[in-house]
Design a protein around this ligand. Structure first.
Ligand SMILES: Cc1cc2nc3c(=O)[nH]c(=O)nc-3n(C[C@H](O)[C@H](O)[C@H](O)COP(=O)(O)OP(=O)(O)OC[C@H]3O[C@@H](n4cnc5c(N)ncnc54)[C@H](O)[C@@H]3O)c2cc1C
Length: 418
């Protein structure tokens, strides 16, 4: 019976393990933590957004410059396949009002419990508290024709041993929320083998803003509802949704979705977000309404009555003007359509939902096999791609798990299960 070792028990690794086991391969999963799937379970706390229901053409654009590599993997295992797979685990799915797809139970726990039971039934061994620390052979670029070096695995007692298998799938994740297991320490180990790795950076992360003490005190924890965000000087559609003010900055969907542009402008020197507080109204419409100011209205009452701004939005306009507000309707309308917020930096990677960077696409073939290490596959967030929140992260991780496993089966000369 052929053997496989899967290193990393997150969604990508476990999906690879399932596909391999179904094809009759003897599978061992090595997970460093006391239990697998910790990030998956955390992702389910506020509602497990598994994938998205939008059409395929739109869906693939979410992967930006990696769309060309990920699109064929969605053909192999796409959003509908993922929903069917959930159903086979007893969890039907539903489409939320934003088009996002969730399991019926909303949380991840029932689905994950059923999945673990399936592994038992398939005979997959999940070896917990086993840390992969590298390869037994000497470091340096490997010879593609040499047999693969043994894996070094350290168990819970700190004992190191060598492990071999006919195929290996690495799915070690990125480096966000490191206490859940994925901490990016694999980067150096792969780099020593000559594998090109783009530096890991925070993605889907809030930004730091140096708010005045008064503003931070009053509005931290308050949402800016239905706003649109643009990054000054960057092309591309403004990102719409609810943003959340925090004591030290701003976070939420539209900020995360602007992540790549924010990083680029920060790298180039300065990043200014332009917040459109009334994206449904033009400057002309706003000006018209703002002209209806009653003589005795304070500035706050004027903005509340004429264009319906709430206190947090009014506070943001004041903050941008250093406390002062324009009294002219046209100038005010222009400000409300693009309130400038100077970004001091991004929040650290350990607070990020996901990671940009990782193993370069040029290092793997279409089956996610490393050119430098035949028989060794990589999947999930450890590859160099990123996507906004909305279910695109889990979808791609699952899809890559399937593709890597099928690639491994083809390498073994075995047939893929349906
Ligand atoms: C708070 C939060 C909420 C999220 N919500 C969503 C959401 O709703 N929808 C969505 O699509 N995505 C969401 N994500 C992102 C999603 O969880 C990840 O993209 C996904 O888990 C990546 O899967 P992966 O298998 O590649 O990596 P991971 O899930 O990170 O799994 C990697 C595994 O490898 C193990 N490991 C690492 N190094 C070693 C080693 N040396 N030896 C052995 N084991 C090792 C780790 O312990 C870990 O279990 C969320 C993330 C966070 C942090």
């Amino acid at each position: 019976m052929p053997t496989a070792r899967v290193i990393g028990g997150g969604p990508a690794g476990l999906m690879a393990a399932e596909v391999l086991a179904r094809a009759g391969v003897s599978v061992t999963v090595h997970e460093r933590m006391p239990s697998p799937g910790r990030k998956f379970l955390l992702a389910g706390h506020g509602g497990l957004n598994l994938t998205h229901s939008e059409n395929r053409d739109r869906f693939v654009t979410r992967y930006g410059t990696s769309a060309g590599r990920i699109a064929p993997m969605l053909e192999v295992f796409g959003p509908e396949d993922l929903r069917e797979w959930c159903a086979t685990l007893g969890e039907s799915t539903f489409v939320g009002s934003s088009g996002r797809v969730f399991p019926q139970a909303f949380r991840a726990t029932p689905l994950f419990r059923a999945w673990l039971a399936r592994f038992e039934a398939l005979g997959v061994r999940i070896e917990r508290r086993t840390l992969w620390t590298g390869w037994a052979g000497a470091a340096g670029a490997t010879d593609a024709n040499a047999p693969a070096d043994a894996l070094l695995i350290t168990d819970a007692d700190g004992q190191s041993s060598e492990a071999t298998a006919d195929v290996v799938v690495f799915a070690l994740g990125g480096a966000s929320w490191p206490h859940l297991g994925a901490d990016g320490t694999w980067v150096g180990l792969f780099a020593e083998r000559g594998v090109e790795v783009t530096p890991l950076r925070a993605a889907n992360v809030g930004v730091r803003v140096e708010w005045s003490e008064v503003f931070a005190e009053r509005f931290a924890g308050t949402p800016l509802k239905n706003v649109s965000l643009a990054v000054r000087g960057q092309p591309g559609e403004p990102r719409r949704g609810d943003a959340m003010l925090t004591r030290t900055g701003i976070e939420g969907g539209p900020v995360y979705a602007s992540g790549a542009a924010i990083r680029d402008t920060l790298d180039a020197g300065q990043c200014v977000l332009e917040v459109d507080l009334r994206p449904d109204l033009t400057v002309g419409h706003l000006t018209e309404r703002l002209r209806q100011r009653r003589p005795k209205d304070s500035a706050s009452n004027w903005l509340r009555r004429s264009i319906g701004l709430d206190p947090a939005a009014i506070g943001l306009v004041r903050e941008a003007g250093g406390g002062a507000l324009p009294s002219d309707a046209d100038a005010m309308a222009r400000l409300i359509k693009a309130v400038p917020v100077v970004v001091a930096g991004t929040m650290p990677i350990d607070r990020a939902i996901s990671t940009a960077g990782g193993i370069a696409w040029s290092e793997v073939d279409e089956n996610l096999m490393l050119h430098r290490m035949p028989g060794t596959f990589v999947a999930g967030e450890m590859l160099d791609w990123e996507a906004p929140t909305g279910g695109y992260l889990l979808q791609a991780s699952f899809s890559m798990g399937v593709v890597a496993a099928r690639g491994a089966l083809a390498w073994l000369g075995a047939e893929s299960p349906p």
